[in-house]
Design a protein around this ligand. Structure first.
Ligand SMILES: Nc1ncnc2c1ncn2[C@@H]1O[C@H](COP(=O)(O)OP(=O)(O)O)[C@@H](O)[C@H]1O
Ligand SMILES: [Mg+2]
Length: 368
């Protein structure tokens, strides 16, 4: 077979065999030629405009890449969403290529080729993958929640048992002791549920010009008595020249509560007696800083890597939910800020919240 015949033969075969829809349109956007794959995918095309065939439209698309190709002679590649004749949604990647002809005075573009690849299935897989990931995250969260509740329930059952046997034996001391355990576990479950809701709900931040020192003061007051009771010294150093900042007061309060309660836990869990927790505020190079330092247990680098992970806690079920630092990070990031820490095992930790002022959110308290 002569070489040219062979070439022509291959081209004809290719035109109808490639798994790509190819059509040629004129400047009125009417399809003048199409391959077999195109006809199989989109149905009858003869004399119909491309927008009708691809998208079941009656007028041209708003952002028409063929019109752009006709205007500037450049190839366009775009991801598009259309509808097949049977009503099925259809995703495709279309490439618009100019067919340039020299008419003696210059070049013109009487036609354009539209080549499209069907990516509907890939799109569906992507969507299924996202859904599967979401479900996995929900499952993990529910498992953590159930675990937390189960531990508190065991505590409650223990308390109830002691109350019941105390009542049976008319032993008021035993009843009081059991009741103490019941109350303690009810407090624990309230704290757990509150921490969990803070984590899960993503409260809408109420941002307003707020005095950073006032938030710090409130948190110190909150922990003052309980720290003294366990022999921990709670001190503070609030920078006097700090200006008001656009903060979600309740959110930042929750962050500092998390950091201070972790610091107190670290002191209590340390072998050393006493313990010292220091809260400070500062302003440095346009950045607002909060710091909570303690001389408690500190952490080794393995633990340090995991502290911002959901449900990671080294405190056992009585104390830890493993949500505090993750929630803190989320709230701080909503303010355009970041959380960091330094820690050394056996000597203590410093947790730092940094808020560059130019990244703080706009106030919204008045309209909420
Ligand atoms: N100041 C700190 N000193 C030592 N370890 C800390 C400190 N803050 C946090 N951690 C570690 O990070 C873990 C996660 O903290 P967090 O998210 O608040 O959860 P939880 O306090 O419920 O355990 C803690 O269990 C602890 O191991
Ligand atoms: Mg905590």
């Amino acid at each position: 077979m002569p070489k040219d015949d062979l070439k022509r033969w291959i081209r004809t075969e290719l035109w109808d065999q490639v798994p790509v829809s190819i059509s040629v349109i004129n400047r009125k956007f009417e399809i003048v030629e199409a391959n077999q794959h195109f006809a199989d995918t989109y149905g009858e095309w003869r004399g119909r405009p491309c927008y009708a065939v691809y998208k079941q439209r009656t007028s041209r698309c708003e952002r028409c890449s063929a019109a752009q190709t006709f205007a500037d002679g450049r190839v366009r590649i775009r991801e598009e969403e259309g509808t097949l004749a049977n009503g099925q949604p259809h995703h495709y990647i279309v490439r618009t290529i100019p067919l340039v002809r020299n008419n003696g005075q210059g070049s013109e573009i009487p036609f354009a080729i539209e080549m499209s690849t069907d990516v509907t299935e890939i799109k569906m897989l992507e969507k299924e993958k996202l859904e599967a990931e979401r479900l996995a995250a929900v499952g993990e969260t529910v498992a953590g929640l159930a675990h937390g509740i189960k531990n508190v329930l065991m505590g409650l059952e223990g308390g109830v048992y002691i109350v019941r046997t105390g009542m049976k034996n008319a032993d008021s001391n035993r009843i009081l002791r059991g009741w103490g355990i019941v109350e303690e576990n009810i407090d624990r479950i309230s704290a757990f549920v509150k921490e969990f809701l803070d984590f899960a709900k993503g409260r809408t931040a109420k941002v307003a010009a707020t005095d950073p020192n006032l938030i710090a003061t409130k948190v110190i007051e909150l922990f003052w008595d309980s720290a003294r009771l366990v022999g921990i010294e709670l001190t503070c150093d609030l920078a006097s020249e700090i200006e008001f900042a656009n903060l979600d007061e309740e959110g930042i309060h929750a962050c500092l509560v998390n950091l201070v309660s972790n610091a107190l836990d670290a002191c209590e869990m340390s072998d050393k007696s006493g313990g010292h927790v220091h809260v400070s505020t500062a302003e440095r190079d346009g950045t607002l800083l909060f710091e909570v330092a303690d001389d408690g247990t500190g952490m080794d680098s393995e633990i340090g890597k995991k502290v911002f992970t959901k449900f990671f806690s080294t405190k056992g079920s009585e104390r830890g939910t493993g949500l505090g630092l993750l929630t803190t990070k989320k709230i701080v990031q909503q303010h355009g800020g970041k959380v960091s820490f330094e820690s050394s095992e056996g000597s203590g930790s410093v947790f730092r919240l940094e808020f560059p002022r130019d990244r703080l959110p706009q106030p919204n308290a008045s309209d909420s």
